[in-house]
Design a protein around this ligand. Structure first.
Ligand code: PLP
Length: 498
């Protein structure tokens, strides 16, 4: 299987090269040449496989330059009892009637990013071997909170790698901040930036696209790679849980093979919902994708009108991991819907960077409208939905999942569509305990983060996830911050680049 850049068809790489490079030289994203089919017999075969073995089956279809042993090694290193606190890895829970939550947050950092970042370090180090890369790999990460911690944990003490995470100083929850500041490991670094997530992501992308800097790094024996969902090695593992959920629905007699489902995803960088779309391209029967946003609802407008316009104010919300105005992975969707028109993609992305806006042609607009539904939730909608889920459905959900649930409920009210629907549950409610507690009972007084976790646990009867309760005894290691213009300089200082 070959991989192409969305902005330049002539840039063709292997799966290992795509994973090591992260971003293509033209600034585009790597996409697979074709989508391998998952057939009825594959699904029948998968139903009784463990999550890990399902992962092996799907990864093999894409990672054609990996040996079977390498794929087995990667999948078993990631999807096991050490890394996940639930034996099913991504259990499906009934929400109501025709709707289910896929809980994607039973990994080490209590957010769905663990689903991919537990395996990415394995994929990356094996890819480096496959490509003969002998340089030290520096993983640069921009995070809206959850990717950073999951990447730090995944790459901690992985030989041959260094990891540096930039997060927006005022754009993550207290627990998220503490998770990153207390990160252990010899090869990790964490830096706050004075700016928002888009600033962090743009800064990282600029460093990646700096050809001169790449040469300097090379002289220093180093090479950059990415753990954001722009990296193919990050996106690919996210396809697995959609097939896994479909198999679970069949196993539980909720559907039979061939029945279409809806997939509703609380969306930021468009990675998670794109993975669902890729599963669909591989044969997963899907009726509608429901794209849920918070008040940074640029994607809602985009899906409805075909106009992407980021000339609007960035808003901070109680679902900070979705506070994003530049959804990188949209580029991959449009590339596919345009029949791989790299020239068109280059045109759209250059318009986006010059004017902050582009408009799709009518054909692509129509395709998007036929497959995608969308909607958004304000902070008060989000809180109300948490409250209702708790009181009416006996479910404790976090602020991001709540955005998905609210948008699904609106869709249901509008359409009466009784198609079985899976909603991505993307974080543990304890990670956003402050807002969750307030949503359920705003009269509760708390005294600090850990008191808050304990009170939420007492109120709900749900245990605080171990990785969060353990934070109380960890030492803060990283307290620095920098301006958004200084990111490259920070890379140089931290790694003694001359
Ligand atoms: C990252 C994240 C999202 C958004 O996912 P994308 O792949 O960026 O669309 C939603 N919820 C939580 C909790 C997240 O960490």
């Amino acid at each position: 299987m070959r991989y192409f850049s969305t902005r330049d068809k002539n840039e063709i790489v292997s799966s290992s090269e795509a994973i090591v490079k992260g971003l293509s030289s033209s600034g585009g994203l790597f996409v697979p040449e074709t989508f391998p089919e998952i057939t009825k017999s594959d699904i029948e075969n998968m139903i009784n496989l463990s999550y890990k073995d399902k992962a092996v089956l799907i990864l093999k279809k894409y990672l054609s330059d990996f040996s079977d042993e390498q794929i087995e090694y990667c999948a078993s290193g990631a999807y096991n009892d050490n890394n996940f606190y639930n034996s099913e890895i991504a259990p499906l829970k009934k929400y109501k009637d025709n709707a289910f939550l896929i809980e994607l947050w039973h990994g080490k950092t209590s957010a769905f990013k663990d689903m991919a970042l537990s395996i990415l370090p394995y994929l990356l180090t094996e890819s480096a071997k496959n490509t003969g890369c002998d340089k030290e790999i520096i993983i640069l990460v921009a995070t809206s909170g959850d990717t950073g911690k999951a990447a730090l944990d995944g790459f901690k003490n992985v030989k041959g790698t260094q990891i540096l995470v930039f997060y927006p100083e005022d754009g993550v929850s207290d627990i998220q901040k503490l998770q990153m500041k207390t990160q252990e490991g010899d090869n990790v670094a964490v830096m706050a930036i004075k700016g928002n997530f888009d600033d962090a992501q743009n800064g990282v992308k600029q460093i990646f696209n700096d050809a001169d800097f790449a040469k300097v790094l090379e002289k220093n024996g180093k090479v950059l790679s990415s753990a954001n969902s722009i990296n193919w090695g990050r996106l690919l593992p996210q396809i697995i849980y959609y097939f896994n959920s479909y198999c679970t629905l069949i196993k539980n007699n909720e559907i039979t093979y061939g029945d279409k489902i809806n997939i509703c995803v609380p969306t930021g960088n468009f990675g998670n919902i794109l993975a669902a779309y890729y599963a669909y391209k591989m044969g997963l029967p899907v009726n509608k994708f429901i794209c849920a946003s918070n008040v940074n609802n640029i994607l809602t407008d985009f899906i409805k009108t075909g106009v992407y316009d980021r000339n609007r104010a960035f808003k901070t919300t109680i679902s900070p991991s979705m506070d994003i105005l530049i959804s990188s992975n949209l580029e991959r969707l449009i590339y596919d819907l345009s029949n791989k028109d790299d020239v068109l993609i280059s045109d759209y992305t250059s318009k986006l960077s010059k004017t902050g806006r582009y408009e799709l042609n009518d054909e692509i607009k129509q395709e998007i409208l036929s497959l995608f539904e969308c909607g958004y939730a304000s902070d008060s909608d989000t809180k109300q939905t948490i409250n209702e889920a708790f009181n009416n459905n006996n479910l404790l959900i976090d602020t991001h999942t709540s955005v998905g649930v609210k948008v699904y409920n609106d869709y249901l009210a509008k359409t009466n569509d009784n198609t079985k629907t899976i909603i991505a549950s993307t974080a543990s409610p304890f990670k956003f305990a402050n807002s969750v507690l307030e949503a359920i009972d705003d009269s509760i007084k708390t005294n600090g983060d850990f008191d808050m976790l304990n009170k939420l646990s007492a109120l709900s009867g749900v245990n605080v996830p171990l990785p969060l309760s353990e934070l109380e005894n960890k030492v803060v290691r990283f307290n620095s911050s920098c301006d958004k213009q200084e990111m490259k300089q920070m890379v140089c200082e931290i790694y003694n680049i001359i």
